[in-house]
Write a protein that binds this ligand. Structure first.
Ligand code: QUE
Length: 345
């Protein structure tokens, strides 16, 4: 196999992008993002290319996010601008994928987190297998939901059939791990294909096109989406525009199991990230499009990366793996929401 961190090739009329940094679970760095951007640019106006396929060489999954360990190292040396530049390139790729004029098919057969959602969700066909799971876990590392999720998550319809800022808030604040049924219900995934049929699916996709491949191999999940059971509670608690209101609704929530689940999922969340995420989701939801949302995310992310919480969160989750972050401030009540609003103003 090639040693490039992303392999690009043309097979018949398909441009194939293959994430190939399996040792880091395909966590994205600038080199990878730039290869993807260059490939998209060269295929955009090429009449021979009918569709783009994005896959992974990793057995464990699709993409675990951005290479936040490397960005943390830069931030610790005060080299914030280099991290800023990485995110700017990554978000440009997200916008490029969203605006691409041809079908983009991603296949996720395992972990999809953060940046992995960004490199797949903006495409037209998001295929997942029964082994896939997806989450936005940035609260745990003192960062913010990004890669366009703050706009996209509240615009997804999925099989539930409606758009929901409440669900977007819930997914981003709790880092809820969506299973395949959840992904289809929420709208992140568009199709489910059994993992043991992926090879045949990919072959037919390349020979006959995406519609033929979907028609031949797409299936339905066996069980109802676990998320659907929480539909009413999510709307009641998370259907608000500020963390203050969400916290009050959670406190008053009569769905005791839901309340306990949310509290345990948010136990290790960075308080500043939580308040910032709700502010971001509101601003992005009100913005005209994805470009504005990505700009909000870039500004908020760059700002939060200049405080110690990001370095501490990545340490606790990914470097030392001790899961004992000491965030400052340590409660959401102490977070200066006006200062966060000023970042977006
Ligand atoms: C939040 C994140 C990331 C994360 C965990 C979080 C993230 C990321 C990884 C990750 C996981 C496994 C790897 C790796 C990176 O985990 O962005 O290199 O092998 O890349 O809670 O944002």
């Amino acid at each position: 196999m090639s040693e490039a961190v992303v392999n690009t090739s043309v097979q018949h009329r398909t441009g194939h992008i293959e994430l190939n940094r399996p040792k880091a679970l395909n966590s994205l760095n600038q080199e990878m993002v730039d290869i993807v951007n260059d490939a998209l640019q060269s295929w955009e106006d090429d009449p021979h290319i009918e569709q783009v396929l994005i896959t992974s060489t990793s057995e464990k999954g699709f993409c675990a996010g951005g290479d936040v360990r490397a960005i943390r190292d830069l931030d610790m040396e005060g080299r914030h601008e280099e991290g800023d530049e990485y995110f700017e390139h990554e978000y440009r790729m997200n916008l490029h994928l969203a605006n691409f004029p041809k079908p983009i098919i991603s296949i996720a057969d395992g972990v999809v987190m953060g940046g992995g959602i960004g490199i797949s969700a903006h495409g037209s066909h998001r295929v997942v297998t029964e082994k896939a799971f997806a989450a936005m876990p940035e609260m745990l590392i003192g960062f913010i939901p990004d890669v366009g999720s703050t706009k996209m998550f509240s615009s997804m319809r999925g099989t539930k059939g409606y758009e929901s800022l409440a669900l977007a808030n819930f997914l981003c604040l709790t880092a809820w791990r969506m299973n395949p049924a959840d992904m289809l219900w929420a709208g992140y995934a568009t199709h489910l294909v059994p993992s043991d049929q992926l090879e045949a699916f990919q072959q037919l996709l390349i020979s006959d096109g995406v519609d033929a491949a979907i028609a031949a191999f797409a299936t339905q999940p066996e069980d109802e989406a676990p998320l659907k059971k929480h539909e009413a509670a999510i709307a009641e608690v998370f259907g608000h525009d500020s963390w203050e209101e969400i916290a009050a609704a959670l406190e008053a929530c009569r769905y005791e199991d839901f309340k306990a689940m949310v509290q345990s999922h948010m136990e290790l969340a960075c308080p500043t990230s939580v308040v910032a995420a709700v502010e971001l989701l509101r601003a992005s939801n009100a913005a005209p499009g994805l470009a504005e949302a990505l700009d909000f995310e870039l500004r908020m992310g760059n700002s939060l990366r200049r405080t110690p919480n990001f370095v501490e969160g990545v340490r606790a989750v990914l470097v030392d793996k001790t899961k004992d972050p000491k965030f400052e401030p340590s409660t959401t009540a102490e977070v200066d929401v006006q200062a966060l609003r000023a970042v977006l103003a």
